[in-house]
Design a protein around this ligand. Structure first.
Ligand SMILES: Nc1nc2c(ncn2[C@@H]2O[C@H](COP(=O)(O)OP(=O)(O)O)[C@@H](O)[C@H]2O)c(=O)[nH]1
Ligand SMILES: [Mg+2]
Length: 247
């Protein structure tokens, strides 16, 4: 079955051949209806995202939407970032996962106010979920809100949360080709953090190739290479974040 339009035709297999980029069909089917539904869903999300953006702008809150595959090191980077900067910046965190309070528990240990959103079967946070969470957290003026999205390089790319910056993380164990395999996420992000550089000596991983692939899909992307666990490269990231927060 075709993933995009759900039709059952035999010739669906053809568009999955390497080199095929279009969802081509030799038959007609109601593809238009699927696109309309998606547009409506995203329209509602975009309206709510604008409300969130207005809230953040009015309170001069920097809101970061942190996205990556599961296990890239988002929560680890957050723990390290908060520990390093909590004297200068007041952090608030929204943690998204399908299940468990694990990330909220980790963030809470840093003394930061956090709300966990469990999406159940959902593969991303949406603007409405974030809206409800910020009503509860009520972050005051001049603070920094980090929204750790559900681990996934696909669905979160479509959902604007009203964030100030979208930051995509990729770890060096994931392969150099992920930016070109999942271009929407890398295109829609402002910053890319390449994590787990401490593992490079043990891997057959070509950092130059990854850099090239990032630039291929988003040549303006700001890139930080670091090890959240061991601390190498962390200073440049902290310096950049501090500069964003204090205009
Ligand atoms: N070697 C190494 N491991 C890391 C690094 N950052 C995170 N990890 C490990 O990767 C795993 C997943 O990290 P976590 O922060 O939970 O990832 P998340 O799912 O993206 O939030 C944990 O076992 C971390 O200790 C890093 O810089 N180097
Ligand atoms: Mg996490």
């Amino acid at each position: 079955m075709c993933d995009t339009c759900g039709c059952q035709s035999e010739d669906e297999a053809t568009y999955k051949k390497p080199g095929d980029t279009n969802h081509d069909h030799t038959h007609s089917h109601p593809l238009r209806h699927v696109l309309d539904v998606n547009r409506d869903l995203l329209h509602d999300n975009d309206l709510m995202a604008e409300r969130n953006r207005g809230f953040f702008e009015a309170r001069k809150i920097m809101a970061i939407n942190l996205v990556s595959s599961p296990g890239s090191g988002k929560t680890t980077l957050l723990e390290k970032t908060i520990s390093a900067l909590h004297k200068d910046i007041r952090f608030f965190v929204i943690a998204g996962d399908q299940n468990t309070l694990n990330d909220a528990t980790r963030i809470e240990k840093t003394g930061t106010e956090v709300i966990q959103i469990n999406t159940g079967t959902g593969c991303h946070l949406d603007a409405e979920m974030v809206h409800m969470a910020i009503r509860k957290l009520d972050p005051p003026r001049n603070t920094l809100l980090v929204i750790e999205n559900v681990g996934n390089l696909v669905c979160p790319a479509l959902f604007d949360l009203g964030e100030t910056k979208r930051i995509v993380m990729i770890s060096v164990t994931e392969g150099e080709d992920k930016p070109v395999k999942y271009p929407h996420m890398f295109k829609s992000s402002d910053v890319c953090i390449v994590n787990k550089t401490d593992l490079l000596p043990h891997l057959d991983f070509d950092l130059a190739q990854l850099r090239g692939n990032i630039k291929k899909v988003n040549h303006q992307m700001k890139v930080f290479e670091l090890s959240a666990l061991k601390g190498e490269g962390l200073q440049q990231w902290l310096k950049w974040l501090t500069a964003q927060k204090t205009p």
